[in-house]
Design a protein around this ligand. Structure first.
Ligand code: KIV
Length: 262
């Protein structure tokens, strides 16, 4: 029996100085690959709205869409901690809405935790969820659901505000915090100041762990990728080569050959 990664596992990893690995996933085959490869945390990110649905932001993603994908991913994971990302307007309107929607990720979709964006401003939500027994990961810095308020997807550099937000979410009961799009030296100070693990994306090497969006790190997307992304594979190029070869062979009559016929 494989032991699941839990909030205690992650706390111990931080204490022992063992780096935490995290990845987004949206479907079963990739979730199973990440889980079997040893990724500690799998986030069903609302980045779904961009990398899967092809939108220009995450704002249109719904609770039902997030629950659908979270259930698929959770069903494919044996070891990784599965975290459902709370979409825009599923927790902003009221504390009651926030707890109810967070609960749906655990109850209906099989996640072990939820993530929400925001610092001090969402601490009443984090506190209420934690009191209801729902592990919460916070997300500060560049928070994509506030893209219009931030004036675009911009690196966040207000050190005092970032530190206050980080301390506030820890105090409210978050078990971890994602630091997105902030200078490496600020992420380092926050990581040293907090007891809970920090998971960086575009936040330098000193965080307790790192997360990337799978489509970016596996080279599935054709367009622009941010500076902080490293492509560990080029699946998009491979797929395009395969698609072109199929077209050529069907048009020439080379496929199907006798080995593919009954
Ligand atoms: O939605 C998402 O994929 C995220 C990660 C980038 C942290 O929030």
């Amino acid at each position: 029996m494989i032991a699941k990664v839990t909030t205690s596992t992650l706390a111990k990893m931080k204490k022992d100085g063992v780096k935490i690995t995290a990845m987004t996933a949206y479907d079963a085959p990739f979730a199973a690959m990440f889980d079997e490869s040893g990724i500690d945390m799998i986030l069903i990110g609302d980045s779904l709205g961009m990398v899967v649905q092809g939108g220009s932001s995450t704002l249109h993603v719904t609770m039902e869409e997030m629950l659908y994908h979270t259930k698929i991913v959770a069903g494919a994971c044996k070891r990784s901690m599965v975290i459902g990302d709370m979409p825009f307007m599923s927790y902003q309107v009221s504390v009651a809405d926030a707890v109810k929607n967070a609960g749906r990720f655990l109850k209906e979709a099989g996640a072990s935790a939820v993530k929400l964006e925001g610092g001090a401003a969402v601490c009443d939500r984090i506190r209420a969820m934690a009191q209801a027994g729902i592990p919460v990961q916070a997300h500060i810095g560049l928070t994509p659901q506030s893209v219009h308020q931030m004036g675009g997807f911009k690196v966040q550099r207000d050190e005092e505000r970032l530190m206050n937000d980080a301390r506030a979410v820890e105090e409210a009961g978050a078990f971890s915090v994602v630091l997105e799009g902030i200078p490496a030296h600020i992420a380092k100070s926050i990581t040293q100041a907090l007891r809970i693990p920090t998971i960086g994306i575009g936040a330098g090497p000193e965080c307790d762990g790192q997360i990337l969006v799978m489509h970016d790190m596996l080279g599935i997307n054709a367009g622009h990728v941010p500076k902080f992304v490293k492509k560990y594979a080029h699946l998009g190029e491979e797929a395009r080569k395969g698609i072109k070869a199929f077209i050529t062979e069907v048009q020439s009559g080379d496929f199907p050959s006798s080995e593919h016929c009954y």
